[in-house]
Design a protein around this ligand. Structure first.
Ligand code: GDP
Ligand code: MG
Length: 532
């Protein structure tokens, strides 16, 4: 019996842990209180049964208490308000631990009785004009195992009793008894009518299974019946467990308010892709991809281009350096990327929101908003994370080795062309000065050698430059593609860490909370519908 309650309490504690920070703080606090109180109560032993006499002012609680205890421990009084604290009577063995925990200072011990294990409390009036009395009643009603509602023919229908207490206690049918006191004041015919009316009201409160006893505390009518009911409950030693079980049921139902049978669909593949794409766009992946291609072509033509035109290339800055990207990947360095445009930011935010909404479809409040909150919780880290993702990507692989070879070749061609040009200049100068040819002018196939050197050097350099340019274009495309892949992978990691995982964690929290409340409600682990 209490093994099952233990399991249910463990489940409830698990549910509280998940609910913390997610469901309303008041609800979570109350649930935490139930778990703590149950632990305390079970620790004090379930063999004792704590019964409280509760009711409105003057219904006869104290008179009934004295009658049952056979002492005048509790003050019976027409003068109101009466005492602020409860009085306790203990039958037989229960120790002081229970009354210490209940914080009941006025105690009376009844030795050698049959109802061994009964702890009876006379509570202050729940409708007292003194707020302190009412609070004390409410504090104790949360702790006791069984309550005997003592009502009288004048006040049994009061809304303060039904609206404030009984209607909210439909999970607690097992843990209450109603005593219609002062029945000696009623004519025998009215007595049954009054009792029938009381039973009707209880049915309307959802408490049709609660036993109703007609008694007179002053004259002793019906007290034996009441004693027998109490003795039976005490002997069963189950009142404490029943009450705690009712607590667990009520609390778990409240925590499970947002649980439905349908499992959430989880994150859709298309939604995830849209988030990654919009984040990649916002991160400037496309800008950087273009810069990688341009930078490769610029560097390629500086290394392999026609030496006589390289200065043109040098006029424009290196597109990667300008963005403070490339060379060594440095994830700690901020790039000089311009940052997302308003449109890009809005699109990324919309993609994240729609992913969250899609993932929470079918969940009841508050879960859709919790999932949205999880998806956007790290929003302010997103810009930084994306910038690091781009900065840390491998954007600048080593230069192709053939560049050096072609570079040397271009230098040779340039030297040849320059040598030819210089030679021709010398010849021209000599001619200008009318100095007769001192040197023979070698010819190849009828073309003077310096002309050939100049022409061939220039032509070869140009041809090689054109060829290298074609290769560099292809290389630039390949490098741009590789850079995009590297950046996209890193953007995906950022998306996963800051958006996808938090959403998945929230969905897992939903599943865990709902499974835990189900266990808390049934005591069984129960099959999970849909798994993630
Ligand atoms: N006629 C009648 N009077 C009762 C009965 N029980 C209590 N009273 C009286 O009702 C008044 C209030 O009783 P008390 O026990 O102090 O009520 P409490 O406020 O509920 O504790 C006292 O004058 C009691 O004598 C009963 O069964 N019949
Ligand atoms: Mg009293």
């Amino acid at each position: 019996m209490s093994g099952k309650l233990d399991r249910r309490l463990v489940a409830l504690a698990d549910a509280v842990e998940v609910a913390d920070g997610r469901l309303e703080p008041g609800i979570v606090e109350r649930a935490r209180g139930v778990v703590a109180r149950a632990g305390k109560r079970l620790g004090l032993g379930v063999d004792a049964t704590v019964v409280a006499l509760a009711g409105p002012t003057g219904s006869g609680k104290s008179t009934l208490f004295n009658a049952l205890a056979g002492t005048e421990l509790s003050e019976v009084s027409r003068r109101r308000p009466t005492t602020a604290t409860a009085a306790g009577a203990v039958w037989g063995q229960p120790g002081d631990g229970l009354l210490d925990w209940l914080e009941v200072p006025r105690r009376h011990r009844i030795e050698g009785a049959d109802t061994d294990g009964l702890v009876l409390l006379d509570l202050p009036d729940f409708d007292s004009v003194q707020v302190g009395h009412r609070l004390e009643v409410e504090r104790l009603l949360e702790m006791i195992d069984l309550v005997v509602w003592v009502v009288d023919p004048q006040k049994y229908a009061d809304s303060s009793l039904h609206d404030r207490y009984l209607r909210a206690l439909s999970d607690y049918e097992q843990t209450m008894v109603v005593a219609l006191n002062q029945s000696d004041l009623l004519e025998p015919g009215n007595r049954d009518a009054c009792r029938a009316d009381l039973e009707r009201l209880l049915r309307e409160d959802g408490l049709s299974a609660v036993p109703v006893l007609t008694i007179s505390a002053r004259r002793g009518d019906g007290l034996d019946d009441l004693r027998r009911v109490l003795e039976r409950r005490v002997a069963a030693r189950s009142a404490a467990v029943d009450r705690l079980a009712a607590d667990v049921t009520t609390t778990a139902s409240v925590l499970a308010a947002g649980c439905s049978d349908d499992a959430a669909p989880g994150i859709g593949r298309a939604d995830r892709q849209r988030v990654v794409e919009s984040l990649a766009e916002a991160a400037g992946v496309y800008t950087v991809t273009r810069a990688v291609a341009l930078a490769h072509r610029r560097r390629g033509s500086l290394a392999t281009g026609w030496p006589f035109l390289r200065w043109v290339r040098r006029l424009r800055p290196d597109p990667l350096r300008r963005l403070r990207l490339g060379s060594r990947p440095d994830p700690d360095l901020r790039t000089s990327l311009p940052g997302p445009t308003a449109l890009q930011s809005a699109q990324a935010a919309a993609a994240v929101r729609s992913l969250a909404n899609g993932a929470a479809v079918g969940l009841s409040a508050p879960w859709p908003s919790l999932v949205r909150r999880a998806a956007t919780r790290s929003e302010d880290q997103l810009a930084d994370g994306l910038d690091r993702a781009v900065a840390g990507a491998d954007l600048d692989p080593p230069r192709p080795r053939w560049w050096r070879l072609v570079g040397v070749l271009q230098a040779l061609f340039a030297i040849v062309a320059l040598a030819g040009g210089l030679w021709l200049l010398v010849l021209a100068a000599l001619g200008f000065l009318h100095i007769p040819d001192v040197l023979p002018l070698p010819e190849v196939e009828g073309i003077p050698l310096p002309t050939l050197l100049l022409g061939a050097g220039l032509l070869a350099g140009m041809l090689v430059a054109l060829l290298a340019r074609t290769f560099n274009r292809v290389g630039a495309r390949r490098r741009a593609r590789a850079a995009a892949v590297s950046m996209n992978r890193r953007v995906e990691e950022v998306a996963s860490q800051l958006v996808i995982q938090p959403v998945e964690a929230e969905l897992a929290a939903h599943d865990r909370l709902c499974a835990a409340t189900r266990r808390a409600l049934t005591g069984r682990s129960g099959m999970r519908r849909g798994s993630r």
